[in-house]
Design a binder for this molecule. Sequence first.
Ligand code: HEM
Length: 152
Amino acid sequence: MYSRIRKAIAPALILAVAITASVALAAPQQKSLYQRLGGKPAITAVVDEFVSRVAADNRINHYFSADVADPARLVTFKMNLINQICQGTGGPCTYMGKDMKTAHAGMGITDADFTALVQDLTGALDKFNVGDKEKNDLLAILGSMKPDIVSK
Ligand code: HEM
């Protein structure tokens, strides 16, 4: 009698354990880089700081004189950067700007210019205490664009 009950319950128990195990395994959802960075408010704060640093950086600010001179253009430029980073890190944004090759065509950007810009971005990320893992993940995404941006 008991053995019949045990036989009847066993499959249900196995199923319950299997379901619990699969839920437990699936539970630690990997957060996107966008989420780990702190979403759009954090990205916006970093881009604001980054653009201020670029504008004050005598090594490369001559490239951005048209943006600094025109507030509306600067707003559009920042919006493009925010949406590009948001989308590129898995966030719910759509980058509507030019592709990187077209956007930087004919500017004659050098390796040293690129390094200077990355240093300004790193400074902005450090100011907001962005973790090393998040910083390196973001720099890797942006670094992969280098061949389309550097032309000299
Ligand atoms: C990973 C590095 C970089 C990224 C992600 C990036 C991203 C962008 C984006 C999204 C735009 C806007 C495109 C559009 O208007 O549709 C842009 C434009 C521009 N970028 Fe970059 N860029 C990078 C490196 C550089 C470097 C190294 C320089 C020069 C030192 C530079 C100079 C410019 C300039 C002058 C513009 C035009 C801004 C305007 O027309 O208002 N960029 N870039």
